[in-house]
Write a protein that binds this ligand. Structure first.
Ligand code: BGC
Length: 268
């Protein structure tokens, strides 16, 4: 087995389901120790941690924390230091949708999405950078001082009616990621985003769980298949590895071509 991340330690937020869970498994399979962050579902998170550690022979621990709460994030990084000695890879994955027509959207729906999807990525990235600076280079482990991977979305550029809070949060993630990347590149910290299109996870179940929904989704995907969480997990491992050592500040779209304006294939 090619273990590109052997000796590294990854923290993945929202890792008890969907994309985060797949990223955690792929990181473990690549040899990294993994901290599984989650906000609800103690049993599932613990089970994922024990499965990852027994399958791949790495350390894996579950840690409950709300990424939008500063004290929770500080506590999570303290635990990472006490259990692992720190982290090398931060994967900002925790995210949610609270969909609503714009003129019916409540302030709570707006604030919840911005707090988790954008403020959560700010808090975790800030603690990650502080930790990378404190621990210093780990020669032989990675050529970078640290790596941050933000899970964004095609909606960091594609406007999305009925989801303005979500699209605004992901547009924010784009500039958060790029501005951090510019600031910390001289320290040899790499910061990038993965921008998934439609991936088969609980967040968008309504878009794929009936033949009719799947059929209408396919009109938006030139590749003519829905993405699987592992499609994102594998790109995350590559981005975290030294194979991507010259990649920073990039938004990498993993979307089966969703961003290619498929409506123009036979029009315009
Ligand atoms: C959203 C999904 C959606 C996909 C493509 C993702 O960021 O979370 O609900 O299916 O973008 O529109």
């Amino acid at each position: 087995m090619d273990q590109k991340l052997r000796g590294q330690r990854a923290l993945v937020t929202g890792a008890n389901s969907g994309i985060g869970k797949a990223v955690a498994y792929e990181m473990g399979s690549a040899g990294a120790d993994v901290m599984i962050n989650y906000v609800s579902g103690d049993g599932i998170a613990a089970q994922i941690a024990s499965d990852i550690s027994s399958r791949f022979g790495v350390r894996a621990i579950a840690h409950k924390a709300d990424v939008s709460v500063e004290a929770d994030v500080l506590g999570m990084f303290e635990r990472a230091v006490s259990e692992f000695g720190g982290i090398d890879i931060m994967v900002n994955n925790a995210g949610l949708q609270k969909d609503s027509p714009f003129d019916e959207m409540t302030l709570e729906q707006w604030n919840t999405v911005i707090s988790v999807n954008l403020t959560g990525q700010f808090l975790c990235s800030r603690e990650a950078v502080r930790g990378f600076k404190r621990q210093g280079m780990r020669p032989g482990v990675s050529r970078a001082l640290g790596k941050i991977i933000c899970i964004s979305s095609v909606h960091e550029v594609i406007p999305w009616a009925g989801h303005v809070n979500y699209a605004a949060s992901k547009g924010g993630v784009m500039q958060l990621m790029k501005s951090i990347a510019q600031e910390v590149a001289p320290l040899r910290i790499r910061v990038n985003s993965i921008c998934p299109g439609a991936i088969r996870t609980p967040i968008n179940k309504g878009a794929w769980d009936t033949p009719q929904a799947l059929d209408s989704l396919m009109r938006l995907i030139p590749d003519k298949r829905i993405g699987e969480p592992e499609d994102i997990g594998r790109v995350a491992v590559w981005l975290a590895s030294d194979d991507a050592d010259y990649v920073t500040g990039a938004s990498i779209f993993v979307d089966g071509g969703m961003l290619l304006y498929p409506g123009f294939a036979a029009g315009g």
